[in-house]
Design a binder for this molecule. Structure first.
Ligand SMILES: [Zn+2]
Length: 71
């Protein structure tokens, strides 16, 4: 697993002590503001072909016959 860190501006307080950490395989992203305490966390997921086609239909995209192969 590799991870990278970078600092950004906090969307809640505008402070510059907002640290974002990204991990790969499995993919996840977490962030924490060291000024106001705001944090966010997300991790990877996998849609099924059916779920994806429902989303694509809503966006007027053509349906897929199969999911694109992943690396
Ligand atoms: Zn903040």
């Amino acid at each position: 697993m590799s991870s990278s860190n970078y600092n950004d501006i906090c969307p809640k307080c505008g402070g510059d002590e907002y640290t974002i950490t990204q991990n790969t395989r499995p993919f996840s992203m977490s962030s924490e503001c060291f000024d106001c305490g705001f944090y966010m966390y997300s991790e990877e997921g996998q849609s099924t072909l059916e779920e994806l086609n429902e989303l694509r239909e809503e966006l007027d995209m053509p349906k897929l016959k199969k999911l694109k192969e992943q690396y």
